[in-house]
Write a protein that binds this ligand. Structure first.
Ligand SMILES: [Zn+2]
Length: 253
């Protein structure tokens, strides 16, 4: 199976999972780029996967299924207007046309029903985790989002992280502000700048890269704990409080 980005809007990626003329897509916020992709490749659409209910992830589905009546997998807790196959935590999605299956992880926080799709080596995490960043906590609590991210970092470090937005450069600038002494952040910023200058996506990254550079996953790092303490005016009470202090800081910029 090959995984390729289809660019949408300003900075969204719709992921295309391709094998032998069949393709499944993840989070089609708009239909036109997907229809163009199908025309150019000649691929046959076999399924749509949805991570959460925001318009820039589901906005293209009605038009796509009008052309291609394929199953639409998505969170059991939301997006009911487009999802035909609702999925709860621990569900298994089998895509026979591609010969693969994914496990469903509920990761509430950005929205309450947000899910991720995982198979060994590959994670589609929507707007939960970004390159060097994480999604805004719109619906859940900071503790929920922290717990969701904690689930994701338990996955193997070589897992490729396919997020839904090209936000890595601005996230790395914030990461540097949080941890100015973390050299891995500076190295990654140089690498990402080269990719972007060449018109290449900065994603997927690996979970290992995120663990080394993403301040929203580094609640155990002394530099991040110190930065959170400076923001709070006292030491953070626990990991979730460290995460929350960094997230609130980011939201304030
Ligand atoms: Zn979203």
């Amino acid at each position: 199976m090959q995984i390729e980005p289809i660019e949408a809007f300003e900075d969204n990626y719709i992921w295309a999972l391709r094998k032998e003329g069949q393709v499944a897509i993840v989070d089609p916020g708009e239909a036109a780029p997907v229809l163009r992709f199908l025309e150019q490749t000649g691929d046959r659409l076999c399924a749509i996967l949805v991570t959460h209910r925001h318009g820039d992830h589901i906005g293209g589905i009605a038009e796509l299924v009008a052309h291609y009546p394929v199953p639409v997998y998505g969170p059991a807790r939301e997006a009911a207007e487009v999802v035909t196959h609702p999925l709860a935590d621990g569900a298994r999605v089998t895509l026979p046309a591609l010969g693969v299956y994914f496990m469903v992880l509920e990761v509430p926080g950005h929205t309450l029903g947000h899910i991720s799709y995982y198979r060994p080596g590959v994670l589609f995490c929507g707007d939960t985790l970004f390159g060097a960043g994480c999604g805004r906590v719109f619906e859940g609590t900071m503790a929920q989002m922290h717990a969701s991210l904690a689930r994701l970092i338990d996955l193997p470090p070589e897992t490729l992280v396919y997020c839904a937005h090209e936000y890595t450069q601005s996230c790395l600038r914030f990461a540097h502000t949080v941890e100015p002494d973390n050299a891995a952040i500076d190295v990654r910023a140089v690498d990402v700048a080269k990719l972007r200058a060449a018109g290449q996506p900065s994603v997927p990254s690996t979970l290992a890269e995120e663990l080394a550079t993403n301040p929203f996953l580094r609640w155990n790092a002394p530099g991040v704990i110190a930065a959170a303490a400076a923001r709070l005016g006292h030491p953070p009470a626990n990991d979730a409080a460290t995460f929350a202090a960094i997230r609130v800081w980011r939201d304030s910029l």
